[in-house]
Design a protein around this ligand. Structure first.
Ligand code: SF4
Length: 401
């Protein structure tokens, strides 16, 4: 898959997940501030854009920015909880706007577990309706699932449901919980799984999908916990192909160009044959245990070959192992020389005269304060903690305050 940019179009949401890593901020986007980011991705030759949030469907101009991005030639995708897509008319409007693919996020097909994780009742039926509506309007549907402590033991049960009731869904994405940001950071003990919690159910789930001809990707899971399907690791695919990812956060982080995964390795990794293409252990938030890593002894070449010969990515040019090895060695040598260090890359991504990502307006601040009050009540009733507030505003005078 060629490069894809992420734009957070809003940062509020109509659900209240206890492990949300991108909770409400006072930043808002207009069509014009989003257009700048879309134009930049086009200029960089990116293949597509993923509109995300918060819950992106809550932005009144979502169909308009989707239509604009689509008209510029970007493959337009969206990550959503599906609540608004449950409305057939809204699904139709997004299909007409050129949204090609939606990642509908569902954590568990057990209604009681989903309700706890979402902090809201009745979300599961809406997500199922959203999946059907998107499909009916010609939008491809992927299912996204954050692996966490409460669903870790039944990832395969989720897959059984999708295969039986929504056979047209052909691609699945698992993201292991990011415990470093937002509410996920302050509620680590409640939601962060141990790797061994999901090892068996993830393995079963991947086998079921693979056997049925479906595809999948897995993020933030070290290869020793998905060795049989190492080629499906998002980090590994990007390491193998030298891809990057740009995320335009609608908060103080602003623009982040991800080429360095900030993952760590254990001493045992030195003996592992997959070490050169493994993303290692997600380290931000320090919630995962390096003691859980163990070396594996399988063919690195076989994993690489599966990735570089994947016909679903026609844009990748190096299709033979010798060509890939030469390129990979050159990239490693450049990294050792300190070239393309992440810091320099971010600067390149955000030159000093770049406009800020989104705006903080007085209205946005008022909405943020109101939302935070209501969410604090919600958090109390659910027994979870609210995220730390980090809302410093860029002082360049460009944010309309
Ligand atoms: S032992 Fe280390 S390098 Fe090997 S698969 Fe596990 S995390 Fe990756």
């Amino acid at each position: 898959m060629a490069n894809i940019g992420y734009i957070q179009v809003v940062r509020h949401c109509n659900h209240f997940c206890g492990f949300c890593s991108n909770p409400t901020t006072p930043y808002v986007h207009t069509f014009d501030t989003m257009k700048v980011l879309v134009d930049d991705l086009v200029k960089r030759g990116y293949f597509g854009v993923i509109l995300t949030g918060g819950e992106p469907t809550l932005h009144p101009e979502l169909p308009r920015i989707a239509a604009y991005a689509s008209a510029q030639g970007l493959h337009v995708r969206m990550i959503t909880n599906g609540s608004r897509l449950a409305d057939p008319e809204f699904a139709r409007s997004l299909g007409e706007a050129g949204v090609r693919l939606v990642h509908v996020s569902v954590y568990s097909v057990r209604p009681d577990v989903e309700a706890i994780l979402r902090g809201a009742e009745g979300t599961l039926e809406k997500a199922f309706a959203a999946v059907r509506n998107a499909h009916d309007n010609g939008i491809e549907v992927n299912i996204n699932c954050v692996i966490n402590k409460l669903n870790a033991d039944h990832l395969d049960e989720n897959i059984d449901h999708w295969i039986e009731h929504h056979p047209y869904v052909r691609h699945f994405v698992w993201n292991n919980l990011d415990p470093s940001m937002g509410r996920a950071e302050v509620n680590q003990a409640q939601f962060t799984p141990r790797l061994s919690d999901f090892e068996v159910s993830l393995q079963r789930a991947m086998r079921k999908l693979h056997a049925s001809g479906r595809t999948f990707r897995v993020e933030k899971v070290p290869l020793c916990y998905m060795t049989e399907f190492a080629w499906a690791s998002t980090e590994t695919r990007k390491i193998v192909k030298g891809e990057e990812r740009i995320v335009h956060f609608l908060d103080n982080k602003q623009t982040v160009r991800q080429t360095d995964w900030e993952h760590i390795y254990a001493p045992a990794c030195a003996h592992c044959t997959l070490r050169p293409i493994c993303g290692g252990l997600f380290d931000r938030g320090a919630a995962y245990d390096p003691e859980e890593l163990y070396p594996v002894f399988v063919s690195l070449d076989a994993v690489v070959e599966t990735i570089i010969t994947d016909p679903s990515d026609p844009s990748y040019p190096l299709r033979t192992l010798p060509a890939w090895k030469k390129d990979f060695e050159e990239r490693l040598a450049a990294a050792r020389r300190g070239e393309d260090a992440p810091r320099a890359s971010v600067e390149e991504m955000r030159p000093p005269d770049a406009p800020p990502v989104g705006m903080v307006t007085e209205k946005g601040l008022k909405l943020f304060e109101a939302k935070r009050k209501s969410e604090t009540k919600k958090a109390e009733s659910l027994g979870v903690s609210m995220e730390r507030v980090d809302v410093a505003v860029p002082d360049d005078g460009s944010n309309g305050i």
